[in-house]
Design a protein around this ligand. Structure first.
Ligand code: NAD
Length: 316
């Protein structure tokens, strides 16, 4: 009795890694419908899926910004059944808000937040009827905590988190599960696209201090943050795979232990000042604090890799 998994945004990154990971489940417990907006971008997934294609994985078209496209995709599934929905499609946006148009911001909200809402409007009623289902949402640590120059992206992920937290109470009544996956930085196309768009930002509408902060502090350290803290898409996929195979999946799951000290700051101070002041020091006294923090994280990463290797050696 296979569970039907529907995943959005599978042409690259986390969605691609996730679709092929779940389809390769040793016990063949899942039938994966890996969806993407543009089917002409299916090649990397076809390659990653290998022999699972046509067996435990099928590729379908789905644009999270179109209700018709979502309906057509769900209608094409046997009995319209979705046991596990993984809402993954998303996009980023960085830069000073003075330099971004409202339309650009709306596209981010429309994809990251209303994309999820559209999916649930189509799929939730059936899940309620069956009293069975798991809704998994690829959120972000930025769904818990804002980050400099990610204002609108963080807002879109906060919207996702508030929406799911409200729905989760109702979901319990129908024995449905909701899980928010919260990765820190992940090295995917996302990072490259966001950075390239960021580099192209027309800063003429920003004052000198803001423009300088964005170019010489934020963009300059962007890649280093991903290099130091970044996880792979496969790693996030493995975490998510574990969550969908649990009997009692958690509501929230952070995938990157190197990042948890940052998110913990939020819960440590009910006034909310601690994380803001810490980020400020990291950014503006970065010669001292930022580099010290990065070096510390590099050390942690090296140690955790080392202990992982040791564990593996021990077990073999
Ligand atoms: P990615 O750019 O490789 O993947 C995003 C996918 O969503 C792409 O395949 C893109 O084509 C698709 N997409 C965009 N708009 C769509 C639409 N309207 N309909 C259908 N698909 C659409 O990046 P990723 O890192 O794999 O991102 C996946 C998710 O992970 C996103 O929700 C993102 O916010 C989240 N996330 C990423 C990071 C990171 O650092 N990369 C960190 C935390 C969370």
């Amino acid at each position: 009795n296979q569970k039907v998994v529907l995943i959005t945004g599978c042409s690259s990154g986390i969605g691609l890694a996730l679709a092929s990971r779940i389809a390769k489940d040793e016990k063949k417990r899942f039938m994966v419908y890996a969806t993407m907006r543009n089917l002409s971008k299916a090649e990397p997934l076809v390659e990653a899926a290998g022999r699972t294609l046509g067996r435990t994985l099928e590729i379908k078209q789905l644009d999270v910004c179109s209700e018709e496209s979502i309906k057509a995709c769900v209608d094409s599934l046997p009995e319209r059944r979705v046991d596990i929905l993984i809402s993954n499609a998303g996009m980023g946006l960085i830069g000073p808000i003075e330099c971004q148009s409202i339309d650009e911001m709306k596209t981010v909200m429309d994809t990251n937040f209303f994309g999820l809402v559209r999916l649930l409007k189509e799929i939730l009623p059936d899940m309620k009827k069956r009293k069975k289902g798991h809704i998994v949402v690829i959120s972000s640590v930025m769904g818990i905590q804002g980050i400099l120059f990610n204002d609108v992206y963080a807002a879109s992920k906060f919207a996702v988190e508030g929406f799911c937290e409200s729905l989760a109470v109702q979901a319990l009544r129908f024995s449905l599960n909701i899980s928010l996956i919260e990765p820190g930085p992940v090295i995917t196309e996302f990072e490259r696209k966001v950075f390239e768009e960021g580099m192209k930002t027309d800063l003429s509408k920003a004052d000198k201090v803001t423009a300088d902060m964005f170019t010489n502090i934020y963009l300059k350290n962007y890649s280093q943050i991903f290099e130091t803290l970044g996880q792979t898409a496969e790693d996030v996929a493995e975490h998510t795979y574990r969550i969908i195979t649990m009997d009692n999946p958690p509501f929230r799951h952070q995938t990157n232990t190197l990042y948890t000290p940052m998110t913990t700051l939020k819960y440590a101070d009910p006034n909310g000042d601690l994380p803001i002041e810490t980020f400020y020091k990291m950014v503006f006294e970065h010669d001292k604090v930022f580099n010290a923090s990065l070096n510390f994280l590099k050390l942690l990463r090296w140690r955790s890799r080392k202990s992982f290797t040791l564990e593996k050696e021990k077990s073999t």
